[in-house]
Design a protein around this ligand. Structure first.
Ligand SMILES: [Zn+2]
Length: 216
C-alpha cells in the first residue's frame, strides 16, 4: 500500500511491517526488509529509487522498523543513542527479530540521536522527542510548523504501545505519553495502522487494550 499525505508518502509492505514514511530523501522507519521487491515496486510508483533515500531514521530498534535499513544503499542510519547498540550488535533478541523469523546483521549507526536534535526532511523540520517506554531509545519526531507527529510504536490509532519487552522501560512510559500530549498536533503518523487526529489521541489515552492485540 502506498498513500500520499501532502509532503509525506506512506508505504506499508504487509500486516507485520511497520509503516515507512518518506519525506523527500528521508525515510522514517524501514520495515522488516523481507519484502524487497515490493518495496522497490512501490517506490517506483512514487517515482523514487532506493538510492534516493539519504537518511533513514528509526523510531526504535525493533526488527519490523529497522530490518529494512539495508534497502537504502546510499542512506545513513540514525536512531536514538539508547537503541543504537541493538543495531550495532545485531541483537536478534532485543530487536524482537525472532517474532518475524528475521535475522539482524550488525550495522554501524551513523547518527546517534538525543532528545531535542533536529532533522531536516525536505520541507519538514523534525524535532527528536525521546519517549522511553516501548524501548529505551524510542523516539517521536515532531514538525512544529505543520503540527505533525511521527509516533513510532508509542501510540497508535487504537492503543498505546506495548511495554513488556526486555528493553522496555514501563516506569517511564507514562511520562513519555504526557510529554507528547502537551504538543499541539494536527495529524499523528503511527508506526503501524492508520493516521489519526487530536480527538482520537485523547480517546486512545482512555482505552484499555490487551497488549497481545498490539504490534511489536
Ligand atoms: Zn516496536
Amino acid at each position: 500500500m502506498i498513500k500520499k499525505f501532502g509532503d509525506v508518502i506512506m508505504i506499508r509492505l504487509g500486516d507485520t511491517e511497520s509503516n515507512i514514511y518518506l519525506i523527500d530523501d528521508v525515510a522514517i522507519d524501514a520495515g522488516t526488509g523481507l519484502n524487497f521487491s515490493r518495496m522497490r515496486d512501490l517506490l517506483g510508483v512514487a517515482k523514487k529509487k532506493l538510492s534516493d533515500v539519504k537518511l533513514v531514521v528509526n523510531t526504535h530498534c525493533h526488527f519490523d522498523h529497522c530490518g529494512g535499513n539495508g534497502f537504502f544503499i546510499d542512506a545513513k542510519i540514525a536512531i536514538h543513542k539508547d537503541d543504537a547498540a541493538v543495531l550495532e550488535k545485531g541483537d536478534v533478541k532485543l530487536a524482537a527479530a525472532d517474532w518475524f523469523n528475521g535475522n539482524m546483521k550488525p550495522r554501524p549507526v551513523d547518527q546517534k540521536l538525543k532528545d531535542g536534535d533536529i532533522i531536516k526532511a525536505g520541507p519538514l523540520t523534525l524535532q527528536v522527542i525521546h519517549v522511553p517506554g516501548h524501548t529505551a531509545g524510542s523516539i517521536c519526531l515532531y514538525d512544529k510548523k505543520n503540527k505533525l507527529l511521527f509516533t513510532g510504536d508509542t501510540i497508535f490509532e487504537n492503543g498505546v504501545g506495548r511495554i513488556d519487552f526486555a528493553n522496555s522501560l514501563p516506569d517511564q512510559f507514562e511520562a513519555s505519553i504526557n510529554k507528547i500530549a502537551t504538543l499541539p498536533v494536527k495529524t499523528y503518523y503511527p508506526g503501524h495502522g492508520k493516521q489519526f487526529d487530536a480527538v482520537q489521541f485523547k480517546k486512545v489515552l482512555s482505552m484499555a487494550v490487551d497488549p497481545d492485540d498490539l504490534p511489536v
